[in-house]
Design a protein around this ligand. Structure first.
Ligand code: WTA
Length: 635
């Protein structure tokens, strides 16, 4: 039932999932361990706006489904392979039995430290096994995990900790990234000066970097683990209890805490993982995304473990110690399914071809792409040089809010065409909407991408502010989930994602709101006002272009320009992190504004893209001359 094996199966299951979703998803859910079965499969159906329940009335614990359920058959099977940053450091392997024990021990540490069901625990850790173990330990005791990517700044951590009202943090001394070690605990210390809610900080000793431990608040994880029990009963959770919060950027300045709940997310993660990648028992699966992003949650951790698979966690970067590292790791661990982002492919394409040709890559069977549109050139390179022409590519479209993959080929089964995500998964009804909200019928059409009807992995709320969830996703087009993306349905009904239609830019597969970056830039003492837009970038997909008005006008000397730019970058690094650093900064005397004071971003986007000839009508601007200055000073 829950496994599509042929194109015919796909069409049958798709029809079944739409005509009788309750029966379809109930059959999928039967395969799991439940403390109590559900009273109803589907509820809410986006009415009132955003309302959705799945398997309401059921009780379960997702970690029993990730771990305990597999012990009898797969106790000695590898659950996690950990490949460290430095290839000279020994890798680590954990069987399902070992992982089960370590999760139980960590769960007991959490309990000992006062973590209770429903408490929020923020994890700020490198990509090491303890991150996976901590996530699962939270779920084991019923705490809500909030993983914050370890590239975010102290301010960004503080915002998230405060929004989630988290009382517990798990972190590490430092992380390794390529040739560098980067302190982690000290960033948390800086954040915690702004976070009165935090009572306890558990610290993983990873690199040996010296840290300050605050008496009464901070404890070493290895000390806490001494003598704890190796088993820990799993807390029974209601189907709709929150499982995790993951912050993501939208078109306003403040990131929102996307909340996923227990049962629907579990069924969705498992179903999509097994079907999209066509996973078999002996696969070694590697998703390169950090667990700090949703891809790492669903396809680095939960999906593979729910399916009883072997998942590889990698601490490092694709270019260390050389640009062949990905391929070396694939050969070393006989990876069969490889899932990465177009930006990584593009950055490796730019290096000498021998970096990939020196490896056999003969274990590979399926390739995946996620996070942004994959351009045809990158698709072909990936197909030819990595997949050696024999591995299907799945270009998977989805979002933090959708919990799992929505539109994608099922490997080797449904069509995989360059620059097309493909057909919707069973259970997903994509529609293209016109500006007035009417559905655009037929093929060879373009519109706003929305989803009709609920699916098990849909966002349940935004933490602490349900209205925001409703307003962002469900009220723009009543009855639909609005994705914020534009899409085209080609002549064969395959979907092609065009990109965001809101003020969100996608840099190397990471989402940032333009307002969020502007807020950060405006923290610089040099800055009066700024406007940020995305522009096409060869490697990152989109780059960040910032137009900035400085106090005292445009600086006239090189040294003043440099000072202002350095201060702007510093502000972004402090507020968000290095990942959101502008690629280009243009200091301007004014911004193109309408008479009502609205910034005309369309013009700024065109200039950033280099389309300075076709700026359209500028006569409604307050000061049309400012456009000439901006065009002349284009970076
Ligand atoms: C974009 C990442 C084209 C899209 C899983 C979406 C994609 C946003 C694809 C979500 C794809 C993701 N093709 N665009 N295969 N996958 N996107 O929440 O704009 O980090 O709205 O989730 O990334 O980013 P998020």
């Amino acid at each position: 039932m829950s496994r599509v094996r042929t194109l015919e199966d796909y069409h049958t299951d798709y029809r079944h999932s739409v005509e009788d979703p309750d029966a379809f998803w109930a059959a999928c859910a039967e395969e799991f361990t439940w403390h109590k079965k559900w009273d109803s499969v589907r509820g809410g159906e986006f009415s009132p706006a955003g309302a959705s329940t799945w398997f309401a009335g059921a009780e379960l614990n997702i970690t029993e489904n990730c771990l305990d359920r597999h012990l009898a058959q797969r106790g000695n099977k590898l659950a996690i392979i950990f490949e460290p940053n430095d290839p000279r450091t020994r890798h680590l392997r954990l069987t399902y039995r070992e992982l089960h024990t370590q999760v139980c021990q960590m769960a007991n540490v959490l309990k000992k430290n006062g973590v209770r069901k429903g408490d929020r625990v923020v994890l700020y850790l490198p990509m090491i096994p303890q991150l996976a173990i901590a996530v699962l330990a939270c779920a084991r005791v019923g705490a809500v995990h909030g993983v914050v990517f370890a590239g975010f700044s102290a301010h960004a951590i503080a915002d998230r900790v405060n929004d989630a009202q988290a009382e517990f943090i798990i972190t590490a001394d430092a992380l390794e990234r390529g040739a560098k070690q980067i302190p982690v605990k000290s960033v948390v210390d800086e954040a915690l000066a702004l976070c009165p809610s935090v009572r306890r900080v558990l610290v993983v000793e990873h690199t040996g970097w010296p840290v300050d431990m605050r008496e009464g608040r901070d404890a070493w994880l290895h000390d806490e683990l001494v003598g704890v029990e190796k088993t820990c009963p799993a807390e029974p959770m209601a189907a709709e209890d929150p499982l995790f919060i993951l912050y993501t950027s939208g078109s306003t300045g403040k990131p929102k805490g996307v909340v996923h709940s227990q049962a629907g997310y579990m069924v969705w993660a498992d179903y999509t993982f097994r079907n999209v990648f066509q996973v078999e028992e002996n696969d070694v699966y590697w998703c390169t995304a950090d667990i700090g992003w949703v891809t790492g949650h669903t396809y680095g951790l939960y999906g593979p473990l729910l399916a009883g698979g072997t998942t590889l966690l990698f601490e490092g970067v694709p270019t260390f110690p050389s640009a062949g590292r990905f391929w070396e790791v694939i050969d070393k661990h006989h990876v069969t399914i490889f899932y990465t982002a177009p930006t990584a492919i593009r950055s490796l394409m730019a290096t000498p071809i021998d970096n990939v040709l020196s490896y056999s890559l003969s274990s590979l069977r399926v390739l995946g792409s996620v996070g942004e549109p994959i351009n045809e050139e990158a698709w072909h390179w990936y197909h030819q040089h990595v997949g050696k022409g024999r591995c299907p590519i799945v270009d998977t479209w989805w979002q933090t809010e959708t919990g799992g993959i929505m539109i994608s080929a099922l490997a080797g089964i449904t069509p995989s065409v360059p620059a097309r995500a493909g057909l919707p998964l069973p259970g997903v009804q994509p529609v293209l909407l016109a500006q007035d909200g009417s559905e655009i019928e037929g093929n060879d059409q373009e519109g706003y991408l929305a989803i009709k009807g609920s699916w098990p992995g849909v966002i349940r709320t935004t933490w602490g502010d349900h209205e925001r969830c409703q307003q962002t996703y469900f009220t723009p087009y009543p009855g639909y989930y609005f994705t914020g993306d534009g899409a085209r349905r080609d002549e064969n009904g395959l979907y092609r994602i065009i990109g965001r239609v809101d003020d969100v830019i996608n840099v190397s597969g990471h989402r940032f709101g333009t307002a969020e970056i502007e807020n950060a830039i405006n923290q610089s003492e040099y800055v009066i006002e700024s406007a940020v837009v995305g522009y096409p970038h060869d490697v990152k997909g989109q780059g960040i272009y910032a137009y900035v008005i400085c106090a005292g006008g445009v600086p006239t000397t090189d040294i003043d320009v440099q000072r202002a730019e350095a201060s702007i970058i510093e502000a972004v690094v402090a507020e968000i992190g290095r990942i959101a650093k502008p690629d280009k900064i243009q200091l301007v005397s004014g911004l193109p504004k309408t008479r009502s004071g609205k910034i005309m971003r369309r013009i700024l986007r065109k200039v950033a893209e280099g389309e300075t000839q076709a700026l359209g009508d500028t006569t409604t601007l307050l000061d049309p001359l400012v456009v000439d200055e901006i065009v002349a000073g284009r970076k």
